[in-house]
Design a protein around this ligand. Structure first.
Ligand code: TXE
Length: 448
């Protein structure tokens, strides 16, 4: 057995049976047996089942939000919004089921056509920062394409995935199509990656573990999609609406207590407005409401674990803080909102902190901004703040990153592709693009 803990109270909220290799193999076998019947379900019926799942998620919004809030420490208001997105993701893929079709290609001597075939059993490995959301990003397209799945949630946060699997059954998705195995990554995750009957791994987690997944997948030439770490830049030019940029910037780092692969944790500010922007940023950060996740007003909760808190603290140890917020006293893995003045060579600016710490870095001009923003092994997301439209697009094209927003800090929508450049991984989640990662193109020629 293993205990699942509420990070705001440090108290256990559930005890679960820990799965191992045997249970993983059983789940893969079950998914393998269920595959022929599931792939044969008419697309319109598959769409209906996904739509029913979306509706059930909506109907259970409060329950799922409470699970996610207590297991991850997410503020309840934000958790509700996240569950809303999960329902939207399943609605999107319900609509996509019968729209991801092949093409006919005129060729000499006949007709050529392509089919999008499901892969078979896919292994989905998720992180602890957005357990339910990221499960839906993978489950939606995997099921829409006709695959069966074995989902392994992070060991710290398995509860919402287990509840989601129950809702999938209630929606009428046949038994054996969605399997969840809760257990340690190095045992259950590793087994999924090495299993000869698993055709693909959809992974979200750290770059380090992602590298291992890629290596282990080589043994069976498994397909992999990797959504890994980030160290995204929030680039603020002197001609930006500084008030708007400054009031948004804290939420781009401190949402989910900074445990967000899209966190804009490097705030690049043009030198001529640096002091003014820093004042505005400190003011805005002071307003972030940190506290009990169950409180409707709370904007930032605790970190996921004591280990994560220690890791975050190690990044701040040798830096100069421009601002450090307050945290509640007593139990809970709290860490304050922290703004650090840095250069892009400092460790706090180079590595993914995964906590509420932002590095503020000055730049001289547009060229310098692009150079600094790209000077990182990562390339997941980022923002550009300027009132000059041509500059916005010029810089957007120059940045080596997968998901950008201009005069905004948002990154994810059900219908738009999400994924990284460089060591932030490869493959795309969400939108129609994700379907390519859960299907194989078959080419058929007919001689006429
Ligand atoms: O991630 P892991 P952890 C970063 C973040 C955080 C650090 C560690 O910096 O501090 O990673 O977090 C499973 N084969 N991110 O330890 O280990 C594991 O069980 C197969 C960034 O949680 O990468 C979990 O389900 N699977 C990231 C998943 O991989 C394995 C989100 C991710 O765990 C495995 C999460 C193995 N050998 C953490 N070992 C982001 N940027 O979104 C572990 N796992």
């Amino acid at each position: 057995m293993f205990a699942v803990v509420n990070p705001a109270t440090e108290l256990p909220i559930a005890q679960l049976d820990e799965a191992g290799v045997e249970e993983t193999d059983a789940a893969v076998e079950r998914a393998r047996e269920s595959f022929p019947a599931w792939r044969a379900v008419a697309p319109s019926d598959r769409a209906r089942l996904l739509r029913r799942l979306a509706t059930l998620v909506d109907e259970h919004r409060e329950e799922l939000a409470q699970i996610e809030s207590r297991n991850v420490g997410k503020p309840i208001a934000g958790a509700r919004a996240e569950v809303g997105m999960v329902a939207d993701v399943f609605h999107f893929y319900a609509g996509a089921v019968d729209k991801h079709h092949g093409e006919t290609i005129p060729v000499v001597g006949g007709v050529d056509m392509t089919f999008h075939e499901p892969l078979g059993v896919v292994g989905l490995i998720g992180p602890w920062n957005f357990p339910l959301n990221i499960s839906s990003w993978k489950l939606g397209p995997a099921l829409a394409c006709g695959n069966t799945v074995v989902l392994k949630p992070a060991e710290l946060t398995p509860l919402s995935a287990l509840r989601l699997a129950e809702l999938a059954l209630e929606a009428g998705i046949p038994e054996g199509v969605v399997n969840v195995v809760a257990g340690p990554g190095r045992i259950v995750g590793q087994r999924l990656v090495e299993h000869p009957d698993v055709a693909k791994i959809g992974f979200t987690g750290s770059t380090e573990v992602g590298r291992g997944v890629m290596q282990a997948a080589a043994g069976t030439i498994k397909r992999v999609t990797l959504e890994l770490g980030g160290k995204s830049a929030n680039v603020v030019f002197a001609d930006a609406d500084l008030e708007r940029a400054a009031s948004s910037a804290p939420y781009a780092v401190f949402d989910n207590a900074g445990q967000d692969c899209c966190a804009r944790s490097r705030i690049l500010v043009e030198k001529s407005v640096y002091d003014r922007f820093l004042d505005l940023l400190v003011e805005a950060t002071r307003r972030v409401r940190v506290g009990d996740p169950a409180d409707e007003q709370t904007e930032m909760g605790p970190l996921i674990s004591a280990e994560q808190r220690d890791k975050v603290a190690s990044y701040v140890a040798d830096t100069v803080s421009a601002f450090r917020g307050e945290v509640p006293e007593g139990a809970g893995y709290w860490y304050p909102c922290t703004l650090v003045e840095a250069t892009n060579d400092d460790r706090v600016a180079r590595e993914e902190v995964f906590g509420p710490v932002a590095a503020i870095i000055p730049f001289a001009d547009e060229e310098d901004a692009i150079r600094i923003a790209n000077d990182t092994p990562y390339g997941l997301s980022g923002s550009i703040w300027t009132e000059n439209g041509a500059r916005a697009l010029r810089v957007a094209r120059a940045l080596e990153t997968g998901v950008l927003s201009i005069n905004s800090n948002t990154s994810v929508r059900p219908s738009t592709p999400f994924g990284g450049f460089k060591q932030s991984g490869f493959g795309r989640e969400l939108g129609m693009r994700a379907l390519d990662g859960y299907s194989e193109v078959k080419n058929v020629f007919v001689a006429t």
